[in-house]
Design a protein around this ligand. Structure first.
Ligand SMILES: Cc1ncc(COP(=O)(O)O)c(C=O)c1O
Length: 376
């Protein structure tokens, strides 16, 4: 056999996935039905219980026919976001949900042999984003389910290329303030991209803002991602955006989907940005209902239900008493509500519950009380 005809390795009978892709466990979305397929009230995916801004719904009705491609650059939407947040629209890149942006941020700056770092109990897309580009996901220890800046900094190695921080974090609801975020950034090498995932930032009181937008504007290595899926009530339209240094935004623009925000998404997103009254109302509703729910849990006394402090539109409850998180999950399902039990994320002792309407939260609190008292 001549060298040119010698196969490099035995041919496979079928296409072989890259090993780092084969290692991925697919993202597990919040369910909308019970074990028997019956539709339930969905408090499992952190959607807006108030729905969508009426102005955004009206904008959908006047969108031109679907035969046309949308604006590939989502110019009007980027301009509106730029005006609202005081950001140069040239430094804004849109995504098919912020999910696309998290993936392409990892892909643009990390690859085989590199590490992507995040905190334990971080958002479950981060390990997928890391593996998808061949990088190794690395988890830093948490502190009581929250972000530990010192632990993150201690976990940085010469291979670290990207650090993901959800702030507030999903599923824990934990949050670090401006000083801690600045300390994290200051402790990272300048060649490491810090991605601050602000999917829930609009729920945080303005005076408690973490300063990530400022870092994205003034430094060379901070990217902030945001979404229309949560407070804007547009999860179904799949719209996300990110802002950061021009050089970083430029890379993301090269690899994002060319028409990655749909016609209706751009029209509804634009109307939603211009209806900040709806955003304010949603934030106020969340603050009030979250406080009321946490107080109802506190009133359960020592049944071992501990709501973790949350700055987001959900509460993670740790169950340490006779009532387990699994039993509470099943009991709530029987009462007609689907919540998020998280054994797959190493949190079998926890249940994440999205803040719903006042009536829904009354049923949730009453059901948890009944289950906790029965479990004694
Ligand atoms: C922390 C965090 N980041 C990003 C996302 C992705 O949202 P989307 O792709 O809908 O923008 C979510 C959704 O649950 C989230 O919780």
């Amino acid at each position: 056999m001549t060298e040119s005809t010698t196969p490099l390795s035995a041919p496979s009978a079928r296409p072989q996935p890259k090993p780092w892709i084969a290692q991925i466990h697919a993202y597990v979305p919040g369910k909308s039905t019970g074990l028997d397929g019956k539709p339930l009230v969905k408090l499992s995916a952190n959607e807006n219980p108030l729905g969508t801004s009426a102005a955004a719904v009206a904008a959908r009705a006047t969108t031109p026919g679907a035969a046309l491609y949308p604006d590939p650059d989502s110019k009007d939407l980027r301009n509106a976001l730029g005006r609202l947040h005081g950001i140069d629209p040239a430094r804004i890149v849109m995504g098919t949900g912020s999910d696309e942006l998290l993936h392409i941020a990892a892909q643009a700056f990390a690859g085989v042999g590199d590490e992507v770092l995040f905190v334990r109990y971080g958002f479950s897309v981060y390990p997928i984003a890391a593996r998808r580009c061949g990088a190794t996901p690395v988890e830093a220890p948490d502190v009581d389910y929250g972000t530990d800046v010192d632990a993150l900094l201690a976990a940085v190695t010469e291979r670290t290329r990207v650090v993901f921080l959800a702030n507030p974090n999903n599923p824990t609801g934990s949050y670090i303030g401006r000083a801690e975020l600045a300390r994290l950034h200051a402790g990272l090498r300048p060649d490491i991209l810090l991605v601050v995932d602000q999917a829930y930032a609009e729920y945080v009181a303005p005076e408690d803002a973490d300063g990530a937008f400022e870092l994205a504007r003034t430094t060379d290595n901070v990217l902030v991602t945001r979404t229309f899926s949560k407070i804007y009530g547009l999860a179904g339209e799949r719209i996300g955006w990110a802002t950061g240094p021009e050089a970083v935004v430029d890379m993301l623009n090269r690899i994002r989907g060319p028409f990655n925000v749909s016609l209706t998404g751009q029209a509804m997103g634009l109307a939603a940005v211009e209806d900040q009254a709806f955003v304010q109302a949603s934030a106020a509703h969340n603050r009030a209902e979250r406080a009321r729910f946490v107080a109802a849990l506190a009133a359960l006394g020592n049944h071992g239900l501990r709501p973790l402090p949350s700055e987001a539109n959900f509460v993670l409850i740790e169950f340490t008493g006779a009532l387990t998180a699994e039993a509470a999950y099943l009991g709530l399902m029987e009462a007609g509500y689907i919540t998020r039990w998280l054994p797959g994320q190493g949190l079998p002792q926890c249940l994440r519950i999205t803040i719903g309407t006042p009536a829904q939260m009354d049923v949730i609190a009453a059901t948890l009380r009944r289950l906790a008292e029965a479990a004694r």
